[in-house]
Structure formats: C-alpha cells, structure tokens
Ligand binder design. Structure first.
Ligand code: ATP
Length: 349
C-alpha cells in the first residue's frame, strides 16, 4: 500500500460533470481509483443529469462553464440527450476546437480484425459539414456549407505533432484535398506549415478514401492522424470497429488560447448512458477509467496514467471482465482489481 497523507499531497482540482444512467457508477469507480493515487484529485461536482437540467435550465451550463474555465480540467460522464445536447452546448461554450480519440488494440477482446492498431485520431472539432444542416432548393435539390477555419486547423495540427513527439511516431494528415481543393486544401496548407516546426517528426498526407483502406491493410504505418471534423468522426468509429468496440474508449476535447496553448480540457468515456443496466453495478467502467488515465497524462501524472491504463488492459487480458465483454465481474469488483494493480505498479515506480 502506498502511504497517503491527503494534507501534504499534491492536489489537482478536477471538475466532474455528472450525467445520467450509469454515470453514478462510473463516478464511483473513478473515485475508488483516485483514492489509490499518490496525489489528490479534488473533484468539483456539477450535476448535468436530465433531472437537474430540467430543474435548473441553462443556468447549470453557466456553472459548468465557469468551473471548467476556473479549474481547466474536467471529466464528463454520459448524459442523456432529450431536449438539448449537453455535449454540443459544452463544446460551443468552452470553445473546444480539437477532439482527440485514441484507439488501441485491447488484448483479449474478440475482433474481426486481428492486426495490432494503435492510433491517435486528432480532428478539428468544429466546422466541416457539421455546422450547417443545409437547405432545400426547390423539391429535388439541397445544399449545405462546408467550413474549414485556419485557427482550429492549426490547433489540431499542433496538437497532433506534439502528440507524435511524445509517442515517438509520425503524423499523417488526411482529407480529400484533390477534390475539396479550397476547403481541405486550406486544412492541408495549415498542417504543412505547422509540420515545418517539427522537422524531426515524419509527416505525410494521404487522401482520406485511400487512408481508410490503408489503415486496415497496413495499420503499423499509422500513429497520429489529423483531419477535418467529419473525416475524424468516420475514422474514429471505423478504428473502434477494428479493435472490437465503439464503447471501450475515451475521447478528449481541447480549447486553446490564441498562441496555441491548451486552456481547457474535458475527458469523457465514449459510451452512452446505458439506462437498461443503470444502478445494477454491472456496467463496464473501462472507458471511464481510460478517460481518467488520459486526464492524468494531461495534468502531467505520467506514471499514474500509464499504470492505470495498463492495469485496465491487464485485467481484461487476464479474463477479469465485466459481463458486456464476456466476464462475470460487477463494476465494483472489476474496479477493485484495477485498483490493486495500480497500487502495485505505482509502488514499484
Ligand atoms: P444513450 O441514449 O445514452 O446513447 P443507449 O442505451 O441508447 O443510451 P448506450 O448507452 O450506448 O446507448 O448503450 C447501448 C448498449 O450497450 C446497451 O445495451 C447498454 O447496456 C450497453 N452499454 C453501454 N455502455 C455500457 C457499459 N459501460 N458497460 C456495459 N454495457 C454498456
């Protein structure tokens, strides 16, 4: 056991955005892990459950935004989208312009795809085709605007190159720059300029359609992939399909200052609220713990981040699993086993 004296421990304030369904169980799992770490995570709760949103109205987002801007790091659990989408509101209010989705093979999970995959999808979190639902022109024609902006493209590119530097890999930018010559052309131009600041990082660009095939056929050629919004959306889900799950991963949203520094980061598990299993202690906290691990890496707690990710993976590989991935463990039992592994590995550091 690590000696823990919360009075003297380094403390990080983390805004914790509670949601619906299995949110409470995921939070319990996260807190259990946090208790075992050799530093303190001081969670600042915001209740974004459907019930509280109905009661408090949009004021709850004012509170969430203010706290997130104050503390700069947040962990968000799944929220139900009924009237409004909390994710969309937070993204707009906090000006999240980059979404990072790490996707790596999970030993022990059954997949159709048997090769190893370890990619970081970095996408512009705004624009593309997603901000204009389009309009009808007469009965048989519809048009929409596609937006690419220089600043978020630069943020995404910088983030991608910094990430590649950390993981000692290369960057591939991808889009349809031959056809969308102006929009995707601007994106590629921006990435190309940023690439010049990172001469040591291998960089190339690929057309998005051929990249999709190539990721499947030669996954070892890809580490960090940076792209406009919608391509990143498609690619992330395809990659998750390759590793056998769209629910066992995390993503992060980042906001930046004008000079490119990260001003705000929000981490969240990929899955939904799973109302059918809520409150039964059967949900899988895998993605929430991965989100916590990514958060720990972001705040500079590398050892704890690595230990947590590895502990989750080791549990799954050893057959210590929740029911959704073929095991028998309750959420709390799985969490205890992960906690034990984390403590053991941090004690050895
Ligand atoms: P939402 O509207 O929030 O997306 P949903 O139930 O429509 O909720 P998911 O939450 O993605 O969609 O759930 C889809 C299925 O996957 C459900 O049967 C759910 O129980 C299961 N599931 C989702 N997340 C988990 C989890 N963390 N652990 C175990 N099963 C899960």
């Amino acid at each position: 056991m690590l000696a823990r004296d919360s009075r003297t421990m380094k403390t990080y304030k983390i805004v914790e955005l509670h949601g619906d369904g299995i949110s409470a169980e995921l939070s319990q799992s996260v807190h259990r892990i946090a208790e075992a770490l050799p530093f303190r995570l001081d969670f600042v709760p915001v209740d974004l459950s459907l019930e509280n949103r109905a009661k408090r109205g949009l004021v709850i987002y004012d509170e969430a935004e203010a706290l997130m801007r104050l503390h700069k790091v947040a962990l968000k659990y799944p929220t139900a989208t009924k009237v409004e989408s909390p994710n969309a509101i937070l993204r707009e209010r906090c000006e999240f312009s980059v979404i990072h989705r790490p996707v790596g093979s999970i030993p022990g999970i059954q997949t159709n795809f048997t090769r190893e995959l370890d990619i970081d999808v970095v996408r512009i979190g705004t624009g593309g085709t997603y901000e204009d639902a389009g309009r009808r022109i007469g009965l048989d024609t519809a048009v929409s605007l596609r937006v690419i902006e220089r600043t978020p493209a630069r943020h995404a590119a910088r983030f991608a190159f910094k990430l590649a530097m950390l993981r000692k890999g290369g960057v591939v930018s991808t889009s349809k720059y031959t056809i969308q010559a102006q929009t995707d052309g601007l994106f590629e131009e921006v990435v190309g300029v940023v690439a010049q600041d990172y001469p040591g990082i291998p960089y190339r660009r690929e057309l998005f359609d051929s990249l999709l095939a190539s990721v499947i056929m030669k996954p070892e050629r890809y580490q960090v992939i940076v792209c406009p919004n919608e391509y990143g959306d498609f690619l992330s889900d395809m990659a998750c399909g390759l590793i056998g799950s769209v629910g066992l991963g995390d993503s992060a949203n980042y906001a930046f200052s004008d000079d490119g520094a990260i001003t705000l980061a929000m981490f969240d598990p990929a899955g939904g609220t799973a109302p059918d299993i809520a409150g039964k202690d059967v949900c899988n906290p895998f993605a929430a713990l991965f989100a916590l691990a990514s958060l720990l890496r972001h705040i500079g707690e590398w050892d704890a981040s690595k230990a947590l990710k590895q502990a989750v993976l080791d549990c799954v590989a050893a057959g210590e699993r929740t029911a959704d991935i073929g095991g028998k463990l309750k959420c709390s039992q799985f969490t205890e086993l992960v906690t034990g592994r984390v403590q053991k590995s941090l004690a050895a550091v």
